[in-house]
Design a protein around this ligand. Structure first.
Ligand SMILES: O=C(O)CCC(=O)C(=O)O
Ligand SMILES: [Fe+2]
Length: 353
């Protein structure tokens, strides 16, 4: 959980003077989801930017509390003694055109020998390219500062750029038909119950039945092959990014039914995964996750903030262990020693029977 900022910030009253106010249009983002709303907003925006280039927006999914938290942080920082603030002032950087950190009042003498009355503090965006040392008041609240932005409805799209580094794979599988006796000894499994590790898996249609999913009632159900469809299966990284909202499907591959048990089974799959740099925390400023209070996941519960690259590596290393030392009972139940399932200390794969 993030550290809550200090005392609430209390704004002063608005002016009572009758000023000659500019006439600005307010775009209501609440219209966005309504029929015809986008078109209406586009019309208003078109007017605003062609004429004055200034407009306001409302219903933007950042609460007044969250905004006030930023005001409170600013108040706390500016209230610090000047020497403390000057530790974050770098005159050379300012002169070289950098503009991060602190600038004291009076830095610019605008005219008549009078210095300006403005103190400034500048925090660059959190893109991994700017490494700046922050004073404790900001460092202790960095999660709230980083989350202070308009919700990015395309976050998942940005996290899945084809040309960014990632471990997406096209996957061909060949399951050789076996004798009834061999099948029985293998617990009538072609593949044990598991969840996939990425975002979604696309399963391209083929006619040999085998895929089964575990439904909410705990029963295994066959997935009927359907020509002209792609079966989509949500996976672990999507569960993590959605704070558990999206369920990773538990599935397995069974020996095909008796009329198909003699043919080899081919699968063509696509494993879509977030880009390697994505950190498997719940998406920070999603209005939906915020509203539902989904701010943790199986990784963050353990204090882990894995990148997708780290996750793919440790999970695949666990999956690809050659000897699991497992046992298959006559009814197909699979058990194996706990250490075969260890992905990371404290994090174990599950066996789904
Ligand atoms: O072959 C199939 O239908 C599914 C295979 C599968 O679940 C997997 O490889 O992760
Ligand atoms: Fe799978």
């Amino acid at each position: 959980m993030r550290v809550r900022a200090i005392n609430h910030y209390k704004h002063v009253h608005e002016t009572k003077e009758n000023l000659d106010w500019a006439d600005l249009v307010t775009l209501d983002f609440g219209l966005f989801a309504q029929a015809g709303g986008k078109e209406e907003l586009a019309k208003q925006l078109d007017q605003a930017v062609r004429n004055v280039g200034f407009f306001s927006v409302t219903n933007f999914n950042i609460s007044q509390d969250e905004i006030d938290e930023q005001f409170a942080l600013a108040r706390e920082f500016f209230a610090l003694p000047l020497e403390e603030k000057l530790e974050y002032h770098n005159i050379k950087d300012l002169q070289n055109g950098e503009h991060t950190g602190y600038t004291p009042a009076g830095h610019r003498i605008v005219g008549n020998g009078i210095g300006d009355n403005v103190q400034r503090y500048n925090i660059p965006k959190f893109d991994g390219y700017h490494q700046t040392q922050q004073p404790p008041v900001f460092a202790n609240n960095i999660a709230a500062i980083e989350a202070f932005k308009l919700p990015d409805e395309d976050q998942l799209i940005h996290d899945h750029k084809y040309n960014d580094r990632g471990e997406d794979h096209l996957y061909y599988l060949h399951y050789a038909a076996r004798s009834a006796d061999e099948n029985r000894r293998a617990g009538n499994h072609y593949g044990l119950g598991h969840t996939d590790l990425g975002t979604v898996t696309l399963l391209f249609p083929q006619p040999v039945a085998g895929l089964q999913i575990l439904n909410a009632a705990g029963q295994w159900k066959w997935v009927r092959p359907q020509e002209g469809t792609i079966t989509v299966n949500a996976a672990d990284a999507l569960t993590a990014l959605s704070g558990g909202l999206i369920k990773s499907s538990i599935h397995r591959v069974s020996v095909p039914p008796s009329d198909q048990a003699h043919v080899d089974r081919l699968s063509v799959l696509y494993f879509a995964r977030p880009n390697n740099h994505v950190i498997l925390n719940p998406i920070q400023n999603s209005p939906v996750l915020k509203r539902l209070g989904l701010v943790q996941n199986a990784f963050t519960d353990l204090g882990l903030h894995l990148t997708v690259q780290e996750w793919v590596k440790v999970r695949q290393a666990q999956q690809n262990r050659r000897r699991m030392d497992g046992k298959l009972a006559a009814d197909g139940t699979y058990t194996c020693p706990e250490d075969s399932l260890e992905i990371l200390p404290g994090l174990h794969a599950k066996v789904y029977n």
